[in-house]
Design a binder for this molecule. Sequence first.
Ligand SMILES: C[S@@+](CC[C@H](N)C(=O)[O-])C[C@H]1O[C@@H](n2cnc3c(N)ncnc32)[C@H](O)[C@@H]1O
Length: 316
Amino acid sequence: MSAKEKNRAPRNRTLRVSEEEIPSLEAMISSIDELKKGVKERMIVNADLFQCLDLIPDESFDLIIIDPPYNLSKTFSGLRFSAMDSVAYETYLRSWFGKVCDKLSPSGSLYMCGDWQCSSSMQRVIEERLIVLNRITWQREKGRGAAHNWKNGMEDIWFAVKNVKDYYFDVNSVKVKRKVRAPYREGGSPKDWEQTSSGNFRITYPSNFWDDISIPFWSMPENTDHPTQKPEKLYAKLILASSKQGDRIFDPFMGSGTSAVVAEKLGRRFLGVEISKEYCLWAAKRLNTALSDKTIQGYVDGVFWERNSLLEQKKR
Ligand SMILES: C[S@@+](CC[C@H](N)C(=O)[O-])C[C@H]1O[C@@H](n2cnc3c(N)ncnc32)[C@H](O)[C@@H]1O
């Protein structure tokens, strides 16, 4: 047991993989040789993306979600990614982005996550191949304090398509349930809101500012030790809005498997590529749980609830 594991608080729900579990989880992970035989309906590939790209058929995915290494010095399971100047970072993005784009169907959608430091590089590179339709700002709850600068509390998610006249977007599947602060009545009845035993709520259209999603933390069952794990709730919005049941989703930098897990929970097919064996094992374990547990924290009864509304969700 690692020192990190020994020091975990009793209520810490961060995912662990025991030695005994490894063989059965390994059986869920594909190698590059298996990818050579063809893309399966559900596939986690443990390999370097650069080795995989020529093996994946073009135009075979309806949705691509990309969460690449940002332009920061960070270690992913022993592999160091070093910050570079923005010209070099754009060259890095271009080294795989064009080929990843080739995998998108003509009516497909693509999302790419970034922070303020790499976001403008991403926009430039995306616009070389696709039409950008929006930039979502995710207001993250947590961020490291900075003594001589503003603490970073946000991330960008670029939304782009191949064809502005033909892409899928289901706004009704991603509505947000918000508490009503000023309950306006017309003729004595609630106007555009509902009165319930757990409070007064309005179902609202989602904007490109997302303040209802916290990053996974130790008391959440979805949490792993991945340094930049994305929340399931965030990927659920992307997947519900921009894909249908049974559609194919590709994640070239899968990390701890958030895209695969949410795709499984929402009935989509997926291909995730991740270079770290350790992260693939975490993804496989999460995927196993997702086969029987389809819950996505914060997404209940077909709507997205505000942050810190667990009590109201339980009372409903
Ligand atoms: C920002 S993280 C993705 C996190 C993921 N969205 C999640 O929810 O866990 C980027 C991931 O890309 C992986 N990676 C970096 N270079 C890679 C490459 N050439 N091929 C495959 N994976 C790579 C890293 O190991 C890391 O896990």
